[in-house]
Design a protein around this ligand. Structure first.
Ligand SMILES: NC(=O)c1ccc[n+]([C@@H]2O[C@H](COP(=O)([O-])OP(=O)(O)OC[C@H]3O[C@@H](n4cnc5c(N)ncnc54)[C@H](OP(=O)(O)O)[C@@H]3O)[C@@H](O)[C@H]2O)c1
Length: 288
């Protein structure tokens, strides 16, 4: 395995993954709106002709697909756009690339009635983001037997320029002394992008295929997660107000009891999931 093409490599997971894999493999990363490095290649995965050309020119041994429309409410508002990126991107990829693909999916493929969910649980997405990601999984695994779907949930990092990170939002708001309302009835196992990058690295080494789940060590609701962030970063906890999901009137329905049971991955990859405190303390140490 020499060359890896990462689509959506400018997002929060992409940044961690490039750092993790950069010393072992030749990494070629695609950018949609803004390059992170000189060598990044512009690609909108809905442009199938360009995608085909890029695959031909770069000739990767493995593709890691991170490109996605991850804004859950925007997916609900613009389902065609969500499907064209989240499913169309995989469709274009499998139509021209016959090597292995690692695709990152989500616990939002489940309905949040009985999480954390195992790989064998039945999917039943509640919103367009979840249904588009489920469709992408099914398409990939039907067309490419060597490929792997890794389902993840609530990814975070403290990376400048990343809009998808809950950690960024909590820290930035509390530093500005802004009050924030955080739901106390959405449960997940928040996962540091560097922790997931280690999982992906091991999956490459072991050439896994099929579906596996990964979530870090604590199954927790968002409000309690925000409190942990304030504790570690020494920010004012009183600014964090609990709220129920129903009070938010969000466009897309959210699964409540979500999250992922990652015991299969832990045993297969011989990895222990880190706790939130361990991850946050490491992130804090990196800022100094
Ligand atoms: N964030 C989470 O909590 C979470 C949870 C479970 C699973 N996941 C999955 O993990 C993967 C990475 O997520 P992330 O948190 O790193 O998301 P992110 O920060 O939103 O990054 C998504 C990346 O996809 C790119 N992208 C969007 N539309 C594209 C298009 N049409 N063509 C090519 N690239 C496009 C974005 O580029 P621009 O910034 O230029 O648009 C960005 O680089 C996604 O597949 C996501 O579904 C995320």
């Amino acid at each position: 395995m020499k060359t890896i093409l990462i689509t959506g490599g400018t997002g929060q997971l992409g940044r961690s993954l490039r750092m993790m894999l950069g010393s072992k493999y030749t990494i070629i990363s695609t950018a949609r709106s803004k390059k992170l490095a000189e060598g990044d290649i512009f690609l909108d995965v809905t442009n199938s002709m360009l995608y085909k050309d890029i695959l031909k020119i770069t000739n990767p041994d493995l593709v890691i697909n991170l490109a996605a429309l991850t804004n859950v409410d925007l997916c609900e508002k613009k389902p065609d756009l969500a499907y064209s990126i989240n499913v169309g991107g995989i469709e274009s990829l499998v139509s021209v690339f016959d090597g292995p693909i690692i695709h990152i999916s989500t616990d939002y493929v489940f309905d949040g009635k009985d999480g954390p969910n195992k790989e064998t649980d039945t999917a039943n997405p509640l919103n367009i983001y979840g249904s588009s990601k489920l469709a992408s999984e099914n398409l990939l695994l039907e067309k490419s037997k060597d490929s792997l779907v890794i389902r993840a949930n609530v990814l975070y990092d403290y990376a400048s320029g990343s809009s998808a990170s809950f950690l960024n939002w909590v820290i930035n708001s509390l530093e500005k002394e802004q009050e924030i309302n955080v739901v106390n009835d959405q449960w997940s196992n928040p996962t540091w992008t560097s922790s997931l990058a280690i999982v992906i690295d091991r999956c490459i080494e072991k050439r896994l295929n099929g579906i596996i789940h990964w979530g870090d060590g604590d199954w927790i609701n968002r409000f309690d997660f925000a409190i942990k962030i304030a504790d570690v970063f020494n920010l004012k906890k009183s600014l964090i107000k609990p709220i129920e999901t129903s009070e938010l009137a969000q466009i897309a329905t959210r699964p409540l009891k979500g999250g992922l049971d990652s015991r299969l991955a832990q045993n297969t990859l011989n990895l222990e999931p880190p706790t939130i405190e361990e991850c946050l303390n490491t992130i804090l140490g990196q800022q100094k």
